[in-house]
Design a protein around this ligand. Sequence first.
Ligand SMILES: C[S@@+](CC[C@H](N)C(=O)[O-])C[C@H]1O[C@@H](n2cnc3c(N)ncnc32)[C@H](O)[C@@H]1O
Length: 266
Amino acid sequence: MIRCDLITLFPDMVLPVLNQSILKRAQEKGMLEVRVRDLRGYTLDRHQVADDAPYGGGAGMVMKAEPLFRAVDALRREYQDSPAGTELRLLLPSPQGRPFTQRLAEDLRDERRRLVFLCGHYEGVDERVRLGLDPEEVSIGDYVLTGGELPALVMVDATARLIPGVLGDPESAQYDSFAESLLEYPHYTRPPEVRGLAVPEVLLSGNHEAIRIWRRKEALRSTYLKRPDLLKDELLNEEDKRLLDAIVREGATAHLSSGGGGGVGT
Ligand SMILES: C[S@@+](CC[C@H](N)C(=O)[O-])C[C@H]1O[C@@H](n2cnc3c(N)ncnc32)[C@H](O)[C@@H]1O
């Protein structure tokens, strides 16, 4: 079971996503718990004000520090009777943070910690939240969103699908892109032909070993063509190297016109 708390000014932004599909089922099965906390509940005044104009002037509003401090204090009190070793892992979605990756998702899937997402909005949060609570700042990419709600959902989603049992087939996550520093092989489903495009014959052959090799080769090909930076010599076995040689001989470089560079990193 992974437990998360999402502290936000906009609960309605996140609840519909949490109440759909795999995330919903994971919660129903008791594998994931996500509590959405309305930040207004931790404000100090009658009007429940959680943001204010920036000192020094300038555009936009800044989220006040005290409500976030109070929300975290409340969570600490609530969780103080949890089993020994349980700690809150405070996460601050921020375009200035360390990049969120599959490795970080694997790391967040640590049952001893409760993940607490402090969702900023507007111009961001008062710097004293970062200074006083020392949260991990995490970015989901080099672009700026309106709030931390979508990044928090991205992180909850990527982490939840790694919990054993959340995906119907335990193998699903094993071959995903990035699971092994390779992109995943392509998928096909019925019918066998769509607008003149046929399913590769090997997938209809029933020959499991041939299918395994085809998938490995296509995973290597996708990585070689789309993300050559991920291909590291030391992560490739002898079979991978043979398959990669074949891909290069087949003229994969002909497809590289849309992206930069096609070399294999070492
Ligand atoms: C408009 S942004 C604030 C950007 C901030 N003024 C800056 O330039 O660094 C408001 C909030 O959205 C969230 N956010 C925006 N882009 C993000 C990203 N790429 N990754 C994670 N969180 C992001 C953060 O929680 C941030 O506090």
